[in-house]
Design a protein around this ligand. Sequence first.
Ligand code: IVH
Length: 668
Amino acid sequence: MTKENIQKRIEELRTQLNEHNYNYYVRSQPIISDYEFDMLLKELEKLEAENPEFYDSNSPTQRVGSDLNKEFEQVKHQYSMLSLSNSYSEEELRDFDQKIRKLTDQKFEYVCELKYDGTSISLRYKNGMLDKAITRGDGTFGDDVTSNVKTIRSIPLKLKGSGYPEEFEIRGEILLPFAEFDRINQEREELGEALFANPRNAASGTLKSQKSSVVAERKLDAYFYYLLGENLPNDGHFENLQETAQWGFKISPDTEKCTNIDEVIAFIRKWHDKRFDLPVATDGIVIKVNSLKLQQYLGFTAKSPRWAIAYKYKAEQAATILLSVSYQVGRTGAVTPVANLEPVLLAGTTVKRASLHNADIIKSLDLHLGDTVFVEKGGEIIPKIVGADQASRHPMALPVDFIKSCPECGTALIRKEGEAAHYCPNEDGCPPQIKGKMEHFISRKAMNIDGLGAETIDLLYTENLIRNIADLYELKKEQISRLERLGDKSADRILKSLEESKQVPFEKVLFALGIRYVGETVAKILANRLINIENIEKASLEELTAIDEIGGRIAESVQLYFSNPENQKLVERLKEKGLQMQLNEESLANRSDKLNGLSIIISGTFEKNSRDDLKKMIEQNGGKNVSSISKNTSYMLAGNNIGPSKLEKAEKLNIPIISEDDFLKMID
Ligand code: IVH
């Protein structure tokens, strides 16, 4: 390559990597695999090393990525959070071992750990108490997510036992277990919300959620793998980790010490398939020199320690035959295609089905029935089809054509402009939609009906006892108690709970109705602004969209719902049964228009109210919570410990800064 071509390639790689960094860290939506990313990065590192005249301090090789989120306070890491260099072959591991052996004659041990695929966290403890939890950020500064982290039950807030240093840091990985990931995505699908691509994105998205209550609901987990501080108990990293387990930290039970690189390689092979039996995602193995003294002697490069390396498993692929495609209908009528495959062994399990998501994906894969397809197991439990072998396709093979009518009720499917999913519009006559709506209605976050579940709903529906949610309130004890697996006791419990649900607040009833795009938050906003169901029913598009955070899509959906005579009848019946169809007195009393039209940013920590409560007050008084400062921000509600950059920006834009007391006076 000529120098000119080299320079061009370097520029090209930097642009591409910057874009991928943005997709990964800012949007949480990577479009290439980690492996592909690492290959590009390696190529750039090599070109830059060989051609130092093209050095650029802003090259993607000079940083470890950034996940800074403006809405959190930024804190400087006491020890930078570096990453690990990656390897993909046993040969690279032997090179790593050789390099260390050249630098030392000592006998030493390695520690092999699973490489957990979540989002990293650094915890600071002072005198046995959790002081701060900081994300990696750009490696030097991270986001202070302490309040969110405190909701993770496996993280100790106060340490157990004794013998821990007065001050130390411990680092680990926050993870969303597969089962929880599936549950959340199912819920999101039902609410018509965008799905998380994999548990890693779900974990990092959750950790940076503005509401710690959301974090608490999603059962995040954490494993710890790196202890830092002045007076650590042992010279061995492994021994120190065992010690941290005594203090209450969750450490991996699968970590092992090895005396040479062959044992390391055996460990890697052992976990190749076995890792898929774990409840959380892993994408490789981390190999570390055990002795801290030797670690110190080996030191760091600009980006990563010389005493550790990551071995990354390539995503497992297998070839199999596409037998057919079936279609599932969800609560909202969304139709999801599923590929039925000739069973094939992939990473230790037999795969028979793969998700296809929507018609666009089928089209982009150009799938034909009988195709040899490649399935891959990435960060998700359900494998996905990543390609089809066009060369071996039978000339007469039929393309997979997305169905035109609902597999459950036969109604012609529709697809709205700009949406990926096909829908069955027969809301009131399509069995999975009817049953799905009832399941949503009775769910914990909605009406929270004790004793009723999907199975009972199915039974009641099959027995022709219920056709919509209002029918639930007409059930008689005998009708329930004579059903299979139920009895007098269950019937009593269900009826009692239905009776109690008549006290469930209006915003929850509104959410429980299952109007598309009206999730918990939107239901709260609508209830707070419009006070009762009649106002919502008769609100015009303009009135609805005039409410902050209610866009055209939501407004149209609300109107569509209430324009349907079946829904009008249903709401009328629910009203007659005594369900709450307007804000209760307490909420009404707290409500005002004092902050109408004002955009307020909350920053810092407060003495009298939590941030969540302050946000609620802003909403209740007609104001809008915003998360970043612009010239349109009306006020900055400032507490303690505000990041200097945020204050500076507010001052520069002349945004009035008010204290908690000023604010309370404003809404008094
Ligand atoms: S040690 C200086 N150990 O992988 C070394 N990292 O690419 C600090 N990770 O940012 C990291 N499992 O998020 C270490 N057992 C493990 C790990 C692990 C997962 C993640 C971590 C880190 C990234 C490095």
